[in-house]
Design a protein around this ligand. Structure first.
Ligand code: AMP
Length: 412
């Protein structure tokens, strides 16, 4: 199967050849003809399957044809394709794709997301944009200010619809839909389809074509991954509670810094749990002794940093806990690989607080899957915390991560 057999224009096929795309991926084979035929589509596909090109290419093709019929010189540009994404990172990626695939077209694309000046974005919108990639909150701000109209919209795309709903954008989506041309074509992409996504699809799509492609990188291990949402300051309390209630016998807990390791090990010991710290400041002989005790079952919990735990050889652990997520997403895979070995089952738990959002997103991108989040009774997160606090903590996490990347993984 070639791109030209999908009825893509010679111009686009040339761009794709230059990019080194030899063949369309499965999601592209199934989705591109449906979009070109004018169908609404509901596509189950994850990041990494080529889903962005699956909607970007037919949109670019159809808008290019239209714009060459309209006079490019005299045309007033209105937004004709709107791509909604849950995060600014995804918005940036999608925008880059439109720029790359659309480089030989006369179409103007732009991106709007929160956290940056709205005036500069409004100026770009007012100058005229054909394709807009946006996160829901900021798009709504622009609609309220009158920076753009969506009355001429021909294509509405929901990218990662499940995550958009998980992130609580339902109200924004409803408000945006009130301002959108009802006669547009709607394309919904989602990694998973739960009730929320189906409900959304019923209000959005007209007789959609359902397309489902297999996961590129399914996690085939027997490790059950759980994400418990909890406020950062209650994590140690939750660990003590889990140790008591679950009666786990062999648990490895990961923390990023040795100070944190020492602190949690002390808290656990104070709570009556047999726990030991395991990090690079301990002498080799102490580390070996601790490890022996852990293997024999004399120690219930080993609290460790990533680097110290790298050479740790325990046949199969019952539970691994990410007390803090690693700054490098691939470390998560190493961590959880400590359990569920040799065909045994295992549990990998992540204690997740709001400020870990970016780290979790990166991990999910590496795993090519979304990790379901759950609340535990008595440890529900405090939703009254101001978003300002959360943004501050997130920013500091971002800075630390950049620093950590710059210095590499030195002794921990
Ligand atoms: P996506 O799932 O849209 O995030 O795309 C994942 C990656 O696959 C991106 O880096 C794309 O540039 C690349 N890609 C998309 N379609 C193709 C294709 N047909 N051949 C080769 N690479 C592709």
């Amino acid at each position: 199967m070639s791109f030209s057999s999908l009825n893509l224009s010679a111009k686009l096929v040339t761009v794709l050849t230059e990019l080194g795309y030899c063949f369309p991926t499965q999601v592209q084979v199934e989705t591109i003809p449906a979009i070109l035929a004018g169908d609404d589509v509901m596509v189950g596909a994850q990041t990494g399957t080529g889903k962005t090109a699956a909607f970007a290419l037919p949109i670019l093709q159809q808008l290019s044809e239209k714009i060459s019929v309209d006079n490019v010189e005299t045309k007033v540009r209105f937004v004709q394709a709107l791509i909604l994404t849950p995060t600014r990172e995804l918005a940036l990626q999608v925008h880059q794709s439109f720029v790359r695939y659309g480089k030989s077209s006369d179409l103007h694309s732009a991106i709007v997301y929160g956290g940056v000046s709205i005036d500069a974005q409004a100026a770009i919108l007012q100058a005229g944009v054909d394709i807009l990639i946006a996160t829901p909150g900021r798009l709504l701000d622009h609609l309220r200010r009158g920076s753009l109209t969506l009355k001429q919209l021909a294509f509405l795309v929901f990218d990662e619809a499940d995550r958009m709903l998980d992130m609580g954008f339902k109200d924004e989506i409803d408000a945006i839909l009130k301002q959108v041309n009802p006669n547009r074509q709607t394309l919904l992409f989602s990694a998973t389809f739960d009730k929320g996504v189906f409900d959304l699809s019923h209000t959005l799509l007209r007789d959609p074509k359902r397309i489902e492609v297999g996961k590129r990188n399914a996690v085939a291990s027997k490790v059950e991954q759980r994400v418990y949402v909890v406020d950062a300051e209650r994590k140690s309390e939750l660990i003590c509670h889990l140790m008591r209630s679950k009666k786990w016998q062999q648990v490895l807990i990961f923390i990023r810094k040795k100070q944190g390791v020492d602190k949690l090990a002390t808290t656990l010991v104070d709570a009556g749990v047999k726990a030991e710290a395991f990090h690079g400041d301990l002498s080799q002989s102490v580390r070996e002794k601790v490890l022996q005790q852990f293997k024999k079952g004399d120690i219930q919990v080993l609290v460790a940093t990533d680097v110290a735990a790298r050479g740790l050889d325990v046949e199969s652990l019952e539970v691994v806990v990410n007390y803090e997520l690693p700054f490098i997403a691939e470390d998560y895979v190493h961590r959880i690989g400590r359990t569920g070995r040799a065909g045994n089952s295992g549990i990998a738990i992540t204690l997740y607080s709001e400020e870990d959002a970016l780290l979790l997103e990166e991990i999910e991108a590496v795993l090519d899957t979304r990790l379901p989040q759950q609340w535990l009774e008595g440890f529900e997160p405090d939703l009254t915390r101001s978003s300002m606090d959360i943004r501050k903590t997130r920013k500091s996490a971002q800075k630390q991560r950049a620093r950590r990347r710059a210095v590499g993984s030195r002794k921990q």
